[in-house]
Design a protein. Sequence first.
Length: 120
Amino acid sequence: MHHLIGVLAGATDAPIPTPTPTVNPELVTPGPWGFVAIALLAGVVVLLIWDMLRRIRRGRYRAEVREKLDAEELAASQAAEAVRASDADEQDLDADAAAEGDTIADGTDADGTGPRHPSS
């Protein structure tokens, strides 16, 4: 077995040909203009990323403000509804009192002559 490995290893002692360059390496390098082009491209990419992040941040802030305004509007409408409901309850109570003949909704007696609560 060792003999077979030695024979195979000896077979690779032959020189391996290396290709000779047919093109001048100075002509195929990027040179200073290639560096400038890549630097400009990198600068443009950085500016685009910066602008994108700014726009995303602005959109997020607008969404937060919109949510706050919606919450305030909902709270105001709920408060107005609660006020309307309490006014309706008071009107019902005043109407019930007027039906009983005690007072009417504007605070006077049923006959319209005096205040609901006499002053002391």
